[in-house]
Ligand binder design. Structure first.
Ligand SMILES: Nc1nc2c(ncn2[C@@H]2O[C@H](COP(=O)(O)OP(=O)(O)O)[C@@H](O)[C@H]2O)c(=O)[nH]1
Ligand SMILES: [Mg+2]
Length: 253
């Protein structure tokens, strides 16, 4: 039986041998109370071995499922092992683990929050400026989502997010696959969970290539816009994360 603590950092990684060790080390330094799980999404390089060498737990997908599948494996692991909270930190070095403590404090201050999203657009000092095509897409998604969910959303594609048990339960059951972040905000809204954004620093990719290269950004835009509209019309699966409450109660939460 693996002994688990209360908090899990999930690092989705696809061919990130150049950055994954540094990411794991910076999580271990900045947030030592977190267990670290690297989801090696069918990498063809030595991402998994590097992660093990750095002392992380490694979940290896036999083949590449894509970012949505990689992160959902993290949610399933978090639920299976009874973690109270889970944070996603990308394996490419774009997220700053030193910001995890601030996300945790915000969730401690307001226990009714189920998801806290790190936004790079709420801070003036930007270490990273996304390419114009990508930024345009993000602002269009942000505009649409803010109207649909009735609260200001500035960075709907950020993967740097902290989740509590209710959100873990929801996403362990159902998590979007391609470019999941935007649809996940819709799901939180339609399942009456609560979210807020916080300003965080975002860095350039530390190596490798983004899943959204400039050539792909038009496909990305259309795909996510379609997902938003389908999200609006699709029937809501009756998934009440609340039914985890008995388990939570049993754990004295
Ligand atoms: N590109 C890509 N990244 C993946 C995949 N599975 C997991 N990831 C990881 O997901 C994280 C975010 O992906 P990335 O391409 O950086 O997306 P971006 O930051 O939104 O441009 C990175 O740590 C990737 O290594 C996949 O199938 N493709
Ligand atoms: Mg990235």
């Amino acid at each position: 039986m693996i002994d688990t603590r209360s908090y899990l950092a999930v690092v989705p990684a696809y061919n990130e041998e150049g950055t994954v060790t540094r990411v794991i080390r910076s999580i271990q330094d900045a947030a030592p109370e977190f267990d670290v799980l690297v989801v090696d999404d069918g990498s063809t390089d030595s991402t998994g071995d590097r992660a093990e060498e750095a002392g992380a737990r490694v979940l290896r997908h036999p083949f590449n499922l894509g970012i949505g599948g990689a992160v959902q494996s993290g949610f399933a692991y978090a639920r299976e092992h009874g973690y109270k909270r889970m944070v996603q930190v990308d394996g490419d070095g774009q997220h700053d683990p030193a910001e995890i403590e601030r996300l945790m404090e915000a969730m401690d201050e307001d226990r009714s929050l189920d998801m806290i999203c790190g936004s790079r657009f709420l801070t003036r000092d930007r270490d990273y400026v996304a390419p114009v095509s990508r930024r345009t897409g993000i602002h269009i998604f942000a505009f649409l989502l803010s109207r649909i969910v009735g609260q200001r959303v500035t960075d709907p594609t950020s993967g740097f997010r902290l989740y509590n048990r209710r959100a873990i339960a929801l996403f362990a059951r159902d998590y979007p696959h391609d470019y999941p972040e935007v649809e996940a905000v819709l799901m939180v809204h339609f399942h009456r969970l609560r979210m807020r954004e916080m300003s965080v620093r975002m860095f350039q990719r530390g190596g490798g290539v983004s899943s959204i290269s400039s050539g792909k950004s038009v496909y990305y835009m259309i795909k996510v816009l379609l997902a938003i509209f389908i999200g609006l019309v699709r029937a809501r699966p009756v998934v009440d994360p609340g039914d985890e409450a008995p388990v939570a109660a049993a754990h004295g939460i």
